[in-house]
Design a protein around this ligand. Structure first.
Ligand code: AMP
Ligand code: MG
Length: 299
């Protein structure tokens, strides 16, 4: 397990400006680990992940048995930061029936005929389930903020698309998430913080390795060209929407195994924090169970 104070250091405190320069994408737990090199980091992180996955499977089963809470896990990141791999590894131990993953691409014309939260609302996890958003309504204050011309497609009422417009969207998101939390959905939001240099390395890997060509998209390269605008949009959006009820975590993403271990750790400890127990039968249910047993035995 990662120490709780370490988990705290990744959480974005509510009501404060976020400075990404204070978050090291290459963080690897301790200086000694770093000096030991990549293999040692990987081995240690894999061990943390292994323990967490077993616990996560248990936590998820309790979630399902209680059927009261849902968990919504949001992933946002620049391209090649490792969202897909993290989702694949962290959820590998969870019962597929207890888990739903949604990947959000560019909105359809039907989506654009509705309010910006609509398509995400339709995909929210049921009670007892873990729902994963691979990209989310945060795209509507990230990619859309970096490319405000996209807003032209959204058929919004007239009005200025100024600071206040984005502030209003943050407010809408905070209220939406508060509503969900009050109704039994736990919300965890992860920003996988990859460095520009590591993204370059991963893009080159995709270009060099024929087996990875399919992962490369020229559109991703175009977005890389807007790196600093994206970072500003992330800083502002995450600072404005990290709340007590739905915190953001900035996860170091230059070492894939570190990313996966931390995400699994935060997820597991949050679900365990609910203190769920296997549901016990009440008196009436016990009577029904006893009657069923009697009936079966008499067959
Ligand atoms: P990928 O996840 O790599 O397949 O890419 C999905 C693409 O859809 C990315 O370029 C996102 O920026 C884009 N996208 C996702 N959500 C939205 C949105 N709400 N508005 C505009 N573009 C979006
Ligand atoms: Mg992509």
């Amino acid at each position: 397990m990662i120490r709780p104070d370490l988990i705290d250091r990744f959480r974005v405190p509510p009501g404060r400006k976020l400075r990404l320069k204070n978050h090291d994408p290459g963080w690897a737990q301790t200086k000694e680990m770093k000096e030991l090199g990549k293999d040692a980091i990987k081995a240690r992180a894999q061990e943390v992940l292994r323990v967490n996955l077993a616990e996560l499977a248990q936590a998820q089963e309790l979630l399902y048995a209680n059927d009261i809470y849902a968990v919504l896990v949001v992933f946002q990141a620049m391209d090649a930061a490792g969202k897909d791999g993290t989702i694949k590894h962290v959820m590998s131990g969870v019962n597929p029936q207890g888990c739903q993953v949604f990947s959000f691409k560019k909105p359809s014309s039907e989506d654009l005929d509705h309010n910006f939260l609509w398509r995400y609302m339709k995909a929210l996890p049921e009670r007892g389930r873990i729902g994963i958003f691979n990209r989310s309504y945060y795209e509507d204050v990230l990619v859309v903020r970096v490319h405000p011309e996209i807003l032209g497609q959204a058929k919004l009422p007239p009005g200025k698309r100024n600071e206040q417009f984005w502030q209003d969207r943050y407010d809408d998101i905070n209220s939406f998430e508060r509503h969900l939390v009050r109704n039994g959905t736990l919300i965890l939001k992860f920003f996988l913080n990859v460095s520009k240099a590591e993204q370059k390395r991963r893009f080159l890997e995709r270009l060099d390795d024929p087996e990875k060509h399919w992962k490369f998209s020229t559109a991703d390269l175009a977005e890389r060209g807007h790196w600093s605008t994206y970072m500003k949009a992330y800083e502002e959006a995450l600072g404005a929407t990290s709340t007590k009820w739905a915190p953001w975590y900035v996860i170091p993403a230059d070492h894939k195994w570190v990313t996966r271990a931390i995400v699994a750790d935060v997820l597991t400890s949050t679900i365990r924090g609910l203190g769920l127990r296997p549901p016990r039968a009440d008196e009436e249910q016990k009577k029904a169970l006893a009657a069923a047993r009697k009936k079966l035995a008499a067959e």
